[in-house]
Design a protein around this ligand. Structure first.
Ligand code: MTE
Length: 297
């Protein structure tokens, strides 16, 4: 697989990295931070992008309300500044990053990814971010760091949905270390050409794992920890029979209450066939060689 080269150069040096790769890439400046656009590159997608107004008004973000419209309507209540992310656990160099330092530390790039929700709807979203692997390499996972745990900010004053006692706050998610280190796994800090994420989409930093159901892509992250055993996840705690740790998009394994064979692409009329690993099988199927994906759902 072609992987972008060494990550050492700062984001301002993206042009020379692009020259090295022999690609037509340009610096984009929006909200003051440069990123390498996906156009024509390996992370572009030929399917049409979902309209920005749909991606920012039809959301799942329980911390800002339970309906699809509530997160957009309540977005003004969530100010994501200042923001720090703790990276620790089984690592050689635990660190606390201010969001602005993260934006400077890693070259930003645009990735156009499909997002498939477990509820059988989907979108195509142009994210801006950097591979989670870049951050993990910076802190140096130890040999005991077999899984990665992610935690959302817990602050009911800013995220009023956290007053709802039905859920075990804060929202948590997890990945196996090889999934976390995979080049597709992105920490997004922007979308639709702007290096800023709207509150309802998980400001100011969220995970995007495009071959898994959307609930794995945890929003508004404050803690990333390397751990030895599979971490607890919000939906795994709530309904273990319905939401497994892996939650790879798989049209052959139905949700106990509905089929996963097809999906409604937001903005389209006819339903689409759901693709194995959400269309990323060439890149990720090897991670699960020898696993029974009916058992490891
Ligand atoms: N992260 C947090 N903290 N809280 C949530 O409720 N919902 C998840 C995921 N991340 C959720 C979350 C679900 S179910 C989906 S489908 C995606 O976010 C939706 O992302 P989007 O609103 O940007 O499309």
């Amino acid at each position: 697989m072609l992987i972008l080269g060494a990550r050492d150069p700062a984001y301002r040096e993206i042009t020379s990295q692009a020259d090295y790769l022999g690609r037509r890439r340009f610096l984009h400046l929006a909200a003051g931070v440069a990123f390498a656009p996906a156009a024509g590159g390996r992370f572009a997608l030929s399917e049409p992008q979902t309209a920005k107004k749909d991606a920012t008004s039809y959301n799942n973000f329980l911390e800002l309300g339970e309906s699809k419209e509530a997160p957009g309507e309540n977005a003004h209540r969530f100010n994501p500044k200042p923001w720090t992310v703790e990276v620790g656990g089984e690592v050689d160099r635990p660190a606390r990053f201010d969001l602005n330092d993260l934006l400077k530390a890693f070259p930003l790039e645009e990735r156009v990814y499909r997002l498939r929700c477990v509820e059988a709807w989907s979108m195509v979203i142009p994210w801006i971010g950097f591979p989670l692997a870049d951050l993990l390499k910076r802190v140096g996972p130890t040999s005991r760091g077999k899984y990665v745990e992610f935690i959302t900010l817990h602050d009911p004053a800013r995220l009023p949905g956290q007053r709802n006692p039905l859920y075990p706050w804060p929202y948590r998610e997890g990945l196996r270390i090889d999934e976390a280190m995979h080049p597709l796994t992105l920490l997004a800090v922007g979308m639709y050409g702007e290096t800023q994420i709207p509150a309802q989409n998980g400001a100011p930093i969220r995970l995007v794992v495009p071959w898994k159901y959307g609930f794995k892509s945890i929003k508004s992250i404050v803690s990333i920890r390397l751990v030895e055993a599979p971490p607890k996840t919000t939906w795994g705690m709530m309904q273990p029979g319905e939401y497994g740790f892996f939650s790879n998009v798989n049209p052959e394994v139905d949700h106990p209450r509905w089929s996963q064979k097809r999906e409604r692409r937001i903005g389209e009329f006819l339903k689409r066939e759901t693709l194995m690993f959400n269309g990323y099988a060439d890149q990720v199927a090897h991670l699960y060689a020898g696993q029974d994906l009916r058992k490891d759902y």
